[in-house]
Design a protein around this ligand. Structure first.
Ligand SMILES: [Zn+2]
Length: 258
């Protein structure tokens, strides 16, 4: 049972960064709750603890104590940046410690998935002496998801669909990094369903809507199908493991089972 500790930064009397009418504490909580829900709806064999599920005060020590006492296998602390800049960056502890290489390997998977799902400018994989990273007894990552004081980032952060993309990026990254088990779609647990991309590039969709484009995928990529072909506006879609949707047109994708 993989134990994942999710820490929405700030809360209560500590709003975190503010700007453009936004408060960091509300965004981090929204992303964390979405992340929990995506992981629980699409994967199994893990358990999740959040440092907070409401707008409340919790000290940094309380947060790492919770994760350490629970015996979490992985900690992700979710934040929004400020101070001039744009895009996404992630942090691991900058000290020397056993398991550092593994911590950075796992972080790389989570980091790349968030960049991939959001289209954020990639500011890099960084290290710092942050409490949440230093005082946690398990591999830990702290993510900084856009700049609250940057107008374009803030416009994105005001969109619930964009917060879902940030959460989905974390979910896909955590699932790949920690080897979570996708939930089977329906009763036939023996057979898994896949689509392979057979054109150079192809859009995916955030929702079952041809106008709600998400990210581009490329020839040869294979995705697990979690919802069988269903009609959408004159065509057909599958839903894939990341939660995104993709065309079911056999000119673009090859469907197979295994
Ligand atoms: Zn913060």
């Amino acid at each position: 049972m993989t134990k994942i500790f999710i820490d929405p930064g700030h809360g209560g009397s500590d709003p975190g960064a503010t700007g453009n009418g936004l408060q960091e504490k509300h965004l981090t909580l929204a992303i964390a709750l979405k992340l929990r829900d995506i992981l629980n709806s699409q994967y199994e064999g893990h358990s999740i603890m959040l440092s907070r599920t409401t707008d409340q005060n919790i000290s940094l020590s309380q947060r790492t104590n919770m994760a350490n006492n629970w015996g979490a296998d992985y900690l992700v602390s979710i934040h929004i940046n400020a101070g001039g800049g744009t895009g996404f960056e992630s942090y691991t502890f900058n000290g020397s410690y056993s398991g550092k290489a593994e911590t950075n390997r796992l972080r790389g998977i989570v980091h790349d998935a968030v960049v991939n799902q959001t289209g954020f400018r990639d500011r890099g994989k960084k290290e710092a002496n942050f409490h949440m990273l230093r005082e946690s007894a398990m591999p830990a990552v702290l993510t900084e998801n856009g700049f609250i004081d940057h107008s374009a980032d803030a416009a994105n952060l005001k969109s619930d669909a964009f917060l879902t993309r940030i959460a989905r990026g974390h979910a896909v990254g955590l699932a790949n990094a920690l080897g979570l088990t996708p939930k089977s779609s329906g009763g036939d647990t023996g057979t898994q369903k896949f689509v392979e991309i057979i054109v150079d590039s192809l859009w995916t969709y955030n929702t079952a809507d041809w106008d709600d484009k998400a990210v581009v995928v490329n020839r040869g990529e294979v995705f697990t199908v979690i919802r069988d072909k269903f009609p959408v506006g004159g065509g057909y879609m599958y839903q894939i493991k990341s939660g995104l949707y993709i065309t079911a047109n056999s000119s673009y994708v090859r469907y197979y089972t295994r």
